[in-house]
Design a protein around this ligand. Structure first.
Ligand code: FAD
Length: 506
């Protein structure tokens, strides 16, 4: 076994790990990054990037119908070539992957391919596959845990790779299903439901909580649910999956049945019927009211959250333990150092208030690297991290929901504006809204901003600054938004709260 030492060892090369490694190396530290799979991790290979590439294709499909139905563009959709879509998606992933590898190499980070196990607080054993043997690495300054998360599965619902899948498997499935039951109405479930509907599938989305995106403002959930239903997605909230099993070929009319239910099967563009010739899944779902329903679909996509990955790490060797949900909590949220001096944690391994988002993990990586380099970085401002769901319509929020603001004891003023109140909102014709939650008065603090509609992922950043910088509606109303844009709706919402509403006079 060879023995090596360096300043910093990072375990896990996802967004949390590679950002730590890059920044630490840029600051002159010797860095070894241990990754057992591919640098870029979940976000690049199974999460943010491939899913958003697919959602872009979905937007194009939706655009054909809009072009024909609203704009007199005589376009028709022939078919979607899944393998071509996958090829473009994978090319984007592959180019990004090469980019990250190149950046790590240029920064002088030593990337060790293998599985890391802790052998002490700052000592790591790496099992290198093949004839690589075992390497022992010791960190002089610090060890950073960045082993991320994987999809949560439910007992009896272990993925089969085609008919019963997680978000990971859905990427690599052999084709597009004609019907999908999505279990879980969080961001991942909503995005996949939206994608499959655009691709013509019959989609049922089941969420146990009373509303989709239960952590978001209630108006966001309401508007999103309404829009998804309008697109033909069956949304069942407050609903529980009772059981599910793989079936042979379900009959073509067996999509949904149950007491009190009629065959409300949706029919997407160019797609008819339900059930795969090669089989599918039959699930019993208990809706909020009424009898249990039998739902059959070609694919059941389980999107019920993610669990931190620590198995095989041997945390005990470093004197570390996990919390009850498997996260590794820091002892100090300002530096993300654990209770064991010199051991840090970033990314999906962290419990809330970290958010399980790639952009939060980038910020965490910067903080840890700068701390290890002896700088005094500002802590991550979790209250101002934007949250986006890239469905159609998109949702984007920052700060407190109206209910959370009231629960926190704030007196609040709320203003909502439909995007269609603006010319550009009418052009897009997809509905949507801006909702601002602020302390009362033009000079009250902005507490939260909540957007629903097309392209709102690109519109949230100004509101992020407003929340982070304790700006007031009067501060933002001072700044002129370009006309005609969707972002004007944000400006107008603030103008009204500042007492200067032009098109929306309070
Ligand atoms: P990961 O990216 O999971 O990386 C951990 C790495 O550690 C992995 O590469 C793994 O191989 C490696 N590893 C684990 N154990 C060991 C070991 N013992 N030895 C060596 N290596 C090890 N976030 C967003 O911000 N925006 C989005 O749009 C978005 N969309 C998403 C869509 C989907 C479908 C999913 C699943 C997630 C999405 N996320 C999104 C969340 C985002 O992907 C994660 O928050 C982010 O990837 C977490 O990064 P991480 O570095 O903590 O962990």
């Amino acid at each position: 076994m060879s023995g090596n030492s360096t300043d910093v060892i990072v375990i896990g090369g996802g967004t949390g790990g590679y950002s730590t490694a890059l920044r630490a190396a840029h600051l002159g530290l010797g860095v070894t990054l241990v990754e057992r799979d591919l640098v870029g991790g979940t976000c690049l290979h199974r999460g943010c990037v491939p899913s958003k590439a697919m959602l872009h294709a979905a937007e194009l499909v939706d655009g054909v119908a809009e072009a024909r139905e609203r704009w007199g563009v005589k376009a028709t959709l022939d078919s979607v070539d899944w393998s071509a879509l996958v090829a473009t998606r994978d090319d984007i992933v592959s180019r990004n992957h090469k980019g990250v590898e190149g950046q790590l190499s240029a920064a002088g980070v030593t990337v060790v391919r293998g599985t890391a196990t802790l052998a002490g607080p700052r000592t790591v054993r790496v099992d290198v596959p093949g004839a690589g043997g075992t390497e022992l690495w010791t960190a002089r300054r610090g060890l950073v845990l960045a082993t991320g998360s994987r999809p949560r599965t439910l007992p009896g619902l272990e993925p089969t790779g085609e008919h019963l899948v997680t978000s990971d498997d859905a990427l690599f499935a052999p084709g597009l299903p004609r019907s999908v039951l999505v279990l879980g109405g969080g961001a991942i479930g909503v995005e996949y439901a939206s994608f499959h509907r655009s691709m013509g599938a019959e989609v049922t989305l089941v969420e146990a909580a009373e509303r989709l995106l239960p952590l978001e403002d209630a108006d966001v959930s309401r508007q999103l649910t309404r829009a998804l239903k309008k697109r033909g997605i069956t949304v069942l909230t407050g609903a529980r999956l009772l059981d599910a099993h793989l079936t042979g070929a379900p009959p073509a009319d067996a999509h949904r049945s149950g007491a009190g239910q009629t065959g409300a099967g949706q029919t997407g563009a160019g797609q008819t019927g339900a059930g795969a010739p090669g089989g599918g899944v039959a699930a019993r779902v208990q809706p909020a009211r009424g009898d249990a329903m039998l739902i059959t679909a070609e694919r059941l996509l389980v999107a019920v959250g993610r669990v931190p990955v620590t198995d095989g790490l041997n945390l005990a060797a470093a004197g570390l333990t996990t919390d009850e949900r498997g996260h590794v909590p820091p002892a100090d949220w300002a530096t993300l150092e654990t209770a064991v001096p010199g051991v840090y944690v970033v990314g999906d391994l962290l419990p809330p208030p970290s958010l399980g988002l790639a952009h939060a993990s980038f910020a965490e990586g910067l903080v840890v690297a700068e701390t290890l380099a002896g700088l005094a970085p500002r802590p991550v401002d979790y209250a101002a991290v934007p949250r986006v769901t890239y469905s159609s319509p998109q949702t984007a929020s920052v700060g407190l929901s109206e209910a959370a603001a009231k629960d926190a004891g704030h007196e609040v003023a709320v203003n909502m504006l439909p995007l269609t109140a603006t010319a550009k909102g009418m052009v897009h014709g997809q509905g949507g809204m801006v909702k601002v939650v602020a302390e009362p008065g033009p000079d009250g603090r902005v507490l939260g901003v909540h957007l629903v509609g097309p392209h709102v992922s690109e519109m949230i950043s100004e509101s992020q600054l407003a929340v982070a910088w304790d700006a007031s509606p009067a501060d933002i109303a001072q700044h002129i938004h370009p006309h005609p844009t969707l972002s004007e709706a944000v400006g107008e919402t603030f103008l009204t709260l500042a007492g200067r509403g032009l098109h929306q006079h309070a």
